[in-house]
Design a protein. Sequence first.
Length: 209
Amino acid sequence: MSKVFVLDHPLIQHKLTYIRNKNTGTKEFRALVDEVSALMAFEITRDLPLEETTIDTPVMEAKTKVLSGKKIGLVPILRAGLGMVDGILRLIPAAKVGHVGLYRDPETLKPVEYYIKLPTDIEERELIVIDPMLATGGSANDAIHSLKKRGATNIKLMCLIAAPEGVEVIQKEHPDVDIYLAALDEKLNEKGYIIPGLGDAGDRLFGTK
C-alpha cells in the first residue's frame, strides 16, 4: 500500500494556517501556496539518488555529491495545480512540466478529462502529480490512470490538504503511488468539500467565484 507523508515542518504548518484563513486575499494566498510548495518540494525530493564527483575548490580537489541525473516531471492538475508549480521549479529548475485538465461534474462529482499534454519521455521520469486538494480523490485518481496509460511507472502525489476519503481512493487504486500532504483533514461534507479545508483552491488562487 502507498505511504502517506504529512509534512509537519513548522514553516509549512504556519503558512498553511494563513492559506486556510478566509480573510487571506488572492495575492497573499497565491504567494503562500507558492512558498509552501517549495518547502514541500524539499521534502518530496529527499530520496533522490546522488553520485560522487570530483571538483576543485579554491583550496584543493574534493570529492562531493551531485544528483545522479534522475529526471523529474511535474504534472499539475488544471487549474488549481498551476499555483504550486513555480515554487517547485525554483528548487528543480530542470524539471519538465506536463498538464492534465480535469473538471468535476457538479452532479456526479466525477472527473472529466478535457486536456492532457506531457513530456515525451514520461516513462523515464519520476513524476510528481500536483493538486492543492485531495477531496473525493476522483481527479487525482483519473490523472494518475492517464499517466500510467501513457507509460509512467514512477509517480508521487503532492497535495496541500486531503480528506481521508481521497487518500483511501488513491491507496486502493494506486498502491504504488506515495502521497505527500501538508495536512490530513477531518472529512468531506455532503457537497464533497474538505472539512475544515480552505475553500476552493482554484477560485482563491485566481480570484474567481
